[in-house]
Design a protein around this ligand. Sequence first.
Ligand SMILES: NC(=O)c1ccc[n+]([C@@H]2O[C@H](COP(=O)([O-])OP(=O)(O)OC[C@H]3O[C@@H](n4cnc5c(N)ncnc54)[C@H](O)[C@@H]3O)[C@@H](O)[C@H]2O)c1
Length: 257
Amino acid sequence: MKVLICGYGRMGQEIEAALLSRGHEVTARVDPDPNRGDARSLSAELLNGSDGVIEFSLPGGVVTNAAIYYSAGVAAVVGTTGWEADRDAVREIYHAEKAGAALLYGSNFSIGANLFRVMSEFAAQIIGPIQDYDVMMFEKHHSGKQDSPSGTAITVAESVLNAHPRKNRIVTNRLDRRIEPNELHLASLRGGSVPGTHSVEFDSPADTISITHTARNRGGFALGAVLGLEWLSGRTGFFSVEEFIEDVVAQARRTHD
Ligand SMILES: NC(=O)c1ccc[n+]([C@@H]2O[C@H](COP(=O)([O-])OP(=O)(O)OC[C@H]3O[C@@H](n4cnc5c(N)ncnc54)[C@H](O)[C@@H]3O)[C@@H](O)[C@H]2O)c1
């Protein structure tokens, strides 16, 4: 595919490496920073000759950019975070089907982290009904991380809650009391250079079952975004990364059956 990269910061550069490693061609790198990329602003003309675009930039431009992707009829993967308030406005742009126009968005494009969420949800579904087992979660990140718990941890906790018959509340603060049986405790630890570790533990008097995802670098996000763009080929509409992963898992199950 011929792909334009929008936002040529840390992730944009990872995206370029992932695109080239999968045999794709980069048509342009758009970034307002004069020291980054080869085009300063996005336009429909710049997208002429591209099949798709991958955006990891800043949230302020997402609605304007999505309108350009849609009118140019190119498939778009948007990994930029922090535009939840504009989600409906972008969804509205994609409400009418238009040839080639499809947008896939998500706050975590790592295939591994998404599979970890699916596995945690499935584990909660099959272990949850067994009274002996409780469930808890923790996550660790480097000292530079601004927020806690991580967005990924919250998404995984929500998936566990969704599937678990006895849990209906996530508790993220320090507990100065006993935990209630309906509560899922999610703890955060910050320090060092840890790139991101998430764990779900099912614990009984006899044993512990742990599911852990450990990120090593940004390459996993970039590869997931490129695979997401390939998945969009032939589709039209507005999709979340969760829908993309559900489809990947369903395909794997069909192959196995
Ligand atoms: N979805 C995921 O899996 C995932 C993973 C990592 C990071 N992110 C998100 O991706 C985004 C970028 O992260 P990063 O680490 O590369 O940040 P970064 O600061 O290194 O790069 C962002 C780049 O976007 C450029 N930019 C700003 N406005 C722009 C616009 N309107 N058009 C094009 N480029 C523009 C900036 O000049 C900068 O070079 C952030 O929102 C981050 O939270 C998402």
